[in-house]
Design a protein around this ligand. Structure first.
Ligand code: ADP
Ligand code: MG
Length: 631
C-alpha cells in the first residue's frame, strides 16, 4: 500500500491553527492528554483481556513509557494498550469531528484556557502546541499489521503501513525549538506528578544516574535506570491524610470533565455486607446539560481497581445525578453486565449506602456551613428536590434539605419546611404555597391578599416542576395547599353571612357566567382576596398554570383547562357592578369583560382581545381626565 495523504476535517484544521498560533500558556497539559489517552487505551486492553482472554496474554505488565531523546529532539509516549487499526487511526485522528470541537474552540476563544481541552474529546491535538511534527505508530489488538500516522498540522496527515512488534501505541513528538524544556527529565517528571499522579499504571522514564562503581571503588559510573514517575496508587484507595486538596481537585476534573473545582469531596470506605470505596464529588456549578435526556448519570464503576463502566446509573438515584466520582467494589464480578447490575444485591447496598452518605453530607453542610450550602442549593437544589417526588422512602429527608423563599423571608432570606411548620399559626393545618415565575410575581399575586392580611406565611415555589413535586406531598402529616387552587376560607364566615353575600351577588354572578361561559368554568365569591376585585383560580386537582404554560411552550398538547373566576365581595368595584346589574344597566357588560381581561393579565396571560382592551382603557382615561377638567 502506498502512503495515503488525507485531509483533516475542517473543524480540526481550525482547532490546530488556533493551537499552534495563539496558545502560549499551560502548554504542558499536552502531556496530561497523551497520558490520559495511553491510560484509556490500557484500560480497554485490560478489559479486553478479561472478557476475551485469548486476544491478550501479556497481562500484568501494563505500562506507559516516556522516552526523551535530546539529540533527535523527540519525546515519545508509548503504551501497551489496545492500539488502533488503520481505520481507527484515520477516523480518530483526523477525519471525525468530535461533537465538542466547535464548542471547545468557542470556549477557548472566550476564556483562553487550554486546560479544558480534554473534556471536548480533542485532547490529542494539544500535542501540536509543543511539536511541529507528530508521528503515531500503533498496532491494534485486532490487527496483525501496524500503522504509522504522521502530520505537521498543515491541513493534511499521512497514513502508512509500518513494522511494529508489540501491541500498543507510540506517540512521537518532534519538539519545537522553543519547547525543549519538555525533553528534561525533571520537567517531565514534575508535570506527571502534577497532573497524572493517580493514573494507575506505572508511567516510567529512563533516567541517567551516577552510581558508585562496583568494580572500581571510589569511581562513579553512569547508569540508565527506569524510574516510575507517578505514585500510581488509585487516589480513592489512598488514605485521606495522604491526599492534598489539589490532588482531589485534579482527580475531580479528570473524572467529571468539569473545569471548576468541586464544592465538596465525599471519600469513604464501606465494609460489611458489601465492601466498596467511594470517592465522590459535589460540583460547584450545575452541569449545563443536567436536564437533558442524554445526560450521563452515575459514577465510574471499578471492580477491584479495574474500570468497568464510565457511568453506572444503578449506583445512585437519578435526583443525585450531579454527583461525580468513582465507586470501586470488591464484590461485583468483573464481567458485570447491565442486567446483572439491575438485580445485584451488592448494587442496591451500594446505592443505599451512597445515597445516605450524600444526603448526610448535604445535611451536615447545611448545618455547619450555611453559606456553602446556599451556594450548592442555588446551583443544584432544583435537581435535588426531584427526590421528594421520586424517592418515596427518603422524601422527608430530602425535603429537609430544601430551602424556600416565602412571603415572610424577603428576597435574600429563606425558610425550610421544618421552620415553616414550627411557625404555623394556631389552627393552621396545611402548608400554603404559591407557584409563580419569580419572587416578584409571587409577591404581587392577588391570591396572597387574605393570607398576608391574616399573617399566614406562604411558601414560594418558583420552578415550573414544583407543583408536580409538592402538589401531593405531606410534610410531618401536613398537607400542601396551593393558594391558587381550590377554595380558600380564612375568614371562616358563618353560613348566614355567606348566604346574604350570595344573595346580594346572585344576578351579577349569573350575568358573568352566561357572558363568559366559553372562557371560564364557574364564577364564585372569593375568600382569598382583600385589595383586588377578582382573580382566576384552578380546581384543587388541576394542572398548575405555570406548568401548563411550560408544556404548551414545549409543544405538548394540554387539554384546555377552564378556570374559576373569583370575585371579592367587599371590593367597591364589585359592589358597584353588582348594583349596576341589579338595575339592569346594559352598559355594565363591557366592564364585566374588562374585569375578566384584568384577571387574565394578573395571572400572567395576554388579554383575550388586547386591542379592544387597550382601546377601552384609553376611553376610560379620557373620561377620567375630562371629569377632572370639568370638576
Ligand atoms: P478523547 O481521548 O477524549 O477521545 P483525544 O483527542 O484525546 O480524545 O483522542 C481521540 C481518540 O484517539 C481516542 O478516543 C482514541 O480512540 C484514540 N487514541 C488516542 N490516543 C490513543 C492511544 N494511545 N491508544 C489508542 N487509541 C488512542
Ligand atoms: Mg483524550
Amino acid at each position: 500500500m502506498p502512503v495515503e495523504n488525507l485531509e483533516f476535517k475542517t473543524e480540526i484544521n481550525q482547532l490546530l491553527n488556533l493551537m499552534i498560533h495563539s496558545l502560549y500558556s499551560h502548554k504542558e497539559i499536552f502531556l496530561r492528554e497523551l497520558l490520559s489517552n495511553a491510560s484509556d487505551a490500557i484500560d480497554k486492553a485490560r478489559y479486553e483481556s478479561l472478557v476475551n482472554s485469548e486476544a491478550i496474554t501479556d497481562t500484568g505488565d501494563w505500562k506507559i513509557k516516556i522516552t526523551a531523546d535530546k539529540d533527535a529532539k523527540t519525546l515519545t509516549i508509548s503504551d501497551n494498550g489496545i492500539g488502533m487499526t488503520k481505520e481507527e487511526v484515520i477516523s480518530e485522528l483526523g477525519t471525525i469531528a468530535h461533537s465538542g470541537t466547535l464548542e471547545f474552540m468557542r470556549t477557548l476563544k472566550e476564556k483562553g484556557d487550554i486546560n479544558l481541552i480534554g473534556q471536548f474529546g480533542v485532547g490529542f491535538y494539544s500535542s501540536f502546541m509543543v511539536a511541529d511534527k507528530v508521528t503515531v505508530v500503533t498496532k491494534s489488538v485486532k490487527s496483525e499489521t501496524a500503522v504509522k500516522w504522521e502530520s505537521e498540522a498543515k491541513g493534511t496527515f499521512t497514513v502508512d503501513d509500518i513494522e511494529k512488534e508489540t501491541r500498543g501505541t507510540d506517540v512521537i513528538l518532534h519538539i519545537k525549538d522553543d519547547d525543549k524544556q519538555y525533553l528534561n527529565h525533571w520537567e517531565v517528571s514534575s508535570i506527571v506528578r502534577k497532573y497524572s499522579d493517580y493514573i494507575e499504571y506505572p508511567i516510567v522514564m529512563d533516567v541517567e544516574r551516577e552510581e558508585d562503581s562496583a568494580l572500581d571503588k571510589g569511581k562513579k559510573v553512569k547508569l540508565i535506570k527506569e524510574e516510575t514517575l507517578n505514585s500510581q496508587k488509585a487516589i480513592w484507595l489512598k488514605d485521606k491524610a495522604e491526599i492534598t486538596e489539589e490532588q482531589y481537585n485534579e482527580f475531580y476534573k479528570h473524572v467529571s470533565h468539569d473545569f471548576a473545582d468541586p464544592l465538596s469531596v465525599i471519600h469513604f470506605k464501606a465494609e460489611g455486607t458489601s465492601e466498596f470505596t467511594a470517592l465522590l464529588y459535589i460540583p460547584s456549578q450545575v452541569p449545563m446539560d443536567i436536564f437533558y435526556e442524554q445526560f450521563k448519570i452515575g459514577p465510574v464503576l471499578y471492580v477491584k481497581r479495574v474500570q468497568i463502566m464510565d457511568h453506572c446509573e444503578e449506583l445512585l438515584p437519578k435526583y443525585l445525578r450531579f454527583i461525580k466520582g468513582v465507586i470501586d467494589s470488591s464484590d461485583l464480578p468483573l464481567n458485570v453486565s447491565r442486567e446483572i447490575l439491575q438485580n445485584n444485591p451488592h448494587v442496591s447496598v451500594i446505592n443505599k449506602n451512597v445515597t445516605k452518605k450524600v444526603l448526610d453530607t448535604l445535611s451536615d453542610m447545611k448545618l455547619k456551613d450555611l453559606e456553602k450550602y446556599k451556594k450548592f442549593y442555588k446551583e443544584l437544589g432544583k435537581v435535588l428536590k426531584e427526590g421528594v417526588h421520586f424517592d418515596f422512602q427518603r422524601r422527608e429527608a430530602v425535603a429537609d434539605l430544601l430551602l424556600f423563599r416565602s412571603t415572610k423571608t424577603g428576597k435574600e432570606g429563606y425558610t425550610t419546611f421544618k421552620e415553616y411548620v414550627e411557625q404555623m399559626r394556631e389552627g393552621q393545618e396545611e402548608i400554603y404555597y404559591i407557584t409563580a415565575a419569580s419572587y416578584e410575581e409571587a409577591l404581587q399575586s392577588p391570591h396572597l391578599e387574605s393570607f398576608n392580611d391574616k399573617g399566614y406565611e406562604v411558601l414560594m415555589m418558583l420552578d415550573e416542576v414544583d407543583d408536580i413535586i409538592f402538589g401531593y406531598f405531606e410534610y410531618k402529616g401536613k398537607r400542601m395547599k396551593s393558594v391558587i387552587k381550590g377554595s380558600v376560607d380564612l375568614d371562616k364566615k358563618d353560613e348566614q353571612e355567606k348566604k346574604e353575600e350570595g344573595h346580594k351577588y346572585e344576578k351579577l354572578i349569573a350575568r358573568i357566567t352566561s357572558r363568559l361561559k366559553d372562557d371560564i368554568k364557574e364564577v364564585r365569591l372569593s375568600g382569598r382576596l382583600k385589595q383586588s376585585p377578582c382573580c382566576l383560580v384552578s380546581d384543587e386537582g388541576a394542572i398548575d398554570p405555570a406548568m401548563e404554560r411550560m408544556l404548551r411552550s414545549m409543544g405538548k398538547e394540554v387539554p384546555k383547562n377552564l378556570r374559576i373566576l373569583e370575585l371579592n365581595p367587599s371590593h367597591p368595584l364589585i359592589e358597584a357592578l353588582g348594583a349596576a346589574i341589579e338595575k339592569d344597566d346594559q352598559g355594565a357588560d363591557e366592564s364585566l369583560d374588562m374585569l375578566y381581561e384584568q384577571a387574565l393579565m394578573i395571572d400572567g396571560n395576554k388579554p383575550k382581545d388586547p386591542a379592544a382592551f387597550a382601546k377601552k382603557i384609553s376611553e376610560l382615561m379620557l373620561e377620567s381626565l375630562n371629569l377632572k377638567k370639568s370638576s
